[in-house]
Unconditional design. Structure first.
Length: 286
């Protein structure tokens, strides 16, 4: 598919006048001409423009950025970077089928955990900076579908510890929660996923039903300290006596609040497992 300069400007954030100026001064980008003599661009050229724009934001001059992109064209990028570029290009075009095919190619080429940790989660973290709301919803839905499918495909072990996974009330971002569930399930944990926007009463009912060893809450939404304290105190009370472990960017800046509410904080799957092991060891000694 060949794209007009107006579309390229909208997709990359680089004005049409700037693109024409770059073309005159640097011979970049290099458009084709259609039958009506309008400039049209290939998807690779669109990605090159986007890469130049990114390098400029990282501090390179226009000439340095263009030279670097010319040195390593899209076709010669490492496989993972090339797949990521194709994914962003498809999302910018609102081409969900093409974007999903890219995710499928990456999955076929990698083991499960590297695929999640080095492809899906970085894409999920970057999209808020790259995309408008409509494209972010499209992209996040595709990635969450992949994560959920991987989680469901993983076999459970009936003897493992039980974890209950949820996002607190009004927190809608469950991508990190799905990745955590997958990692824990692969470590032998039994996973019960409640997902996004889970109020304290729902946590209480689920804890009564499944008696989890750990309740893990993913806080992505930014909250003021007082609001987070209230949310966590309600969760800790609802989930008692299970240990409540909190993670996510919305919690990272409020560690004192987390501890004062009676919860724990974990940055990674390994830290959550270590907290549970410490708590189990202390309980056994008692």
């Amino acid at each position: 598919m060949m794209l007009r300069i107006r579309t390229i400007a909208r997709l990359t954030g680089i004005r049409e006048a700037t693109l024409r100026a770059w073309e005159r001064r640097y011979g970049f980008p290099r458009p084709h001409r259609n039958e009506s003599n309008y400039r049209v661009y290939s998807r690779d050229e669109v990605e090159n423009v986007r890469r130049v724009a990114k390098l400029i934001t990282e501090g390179l001059s226009v000439s340095e950025a263009i030279a670097q992109v010319r040195t390593v064209p899209v076709a010669e990028l490492p496989v993972r970077e090339r797949l990521e570029d194709r994914f962003w290009s498809a999302v910018m075009m609102m081409d969900a089928d093409a974007a999903d095919r890219v995710l499928g190619e990456a999955q076929a080429a990698m083991e499960v955990e590297p695929y999640v940790d080095t492809v899906l989660m970085p894409l999920l973290r970057e999209m808020g900076l790259r995309l408008d709301i409509a494209r972010e919803h499209l992209a996040s839905a595709l990635i969450r579908q992949r994560l959920r499918a991987l989680l469901l495909a993983e076999d459970s072990r009936p003897e493992g510890p039980r974890v209950l996974l949820a996002c607190p009330e009004r927190d809608m971002h469950e991508g990190g929660l799905l990745a955590l569930g997958l990692h824990l399930k692969r470590k032998g944990w039994r996973v019960t996923l409640l997902g996004a926007d889970t109020p304290a009463e729902a946590l209480r009912g689920a804890c009564v039903q499944v008696t989890p060893d750990v309740v893990a809450l993913s806080c992505v939404r930014r909250r003021e300290a007082d609001e987070l304290r209230q949310v966590l105190q309600s969760a800790v009370e609802a989930c008692a006596p299970a240990m409540v472990v909190v993670g996510g960017p919305g919690a990272r800046e409020h560690l004192k609040v987390i501890f004062s509410a009676g919860a724990q904080y974990a940055e990674t799957t390994e830290e959550l497992v270590a907290l549970w092991q410490q708590a189990r060891g202390a309980s056994n000694r008692t």
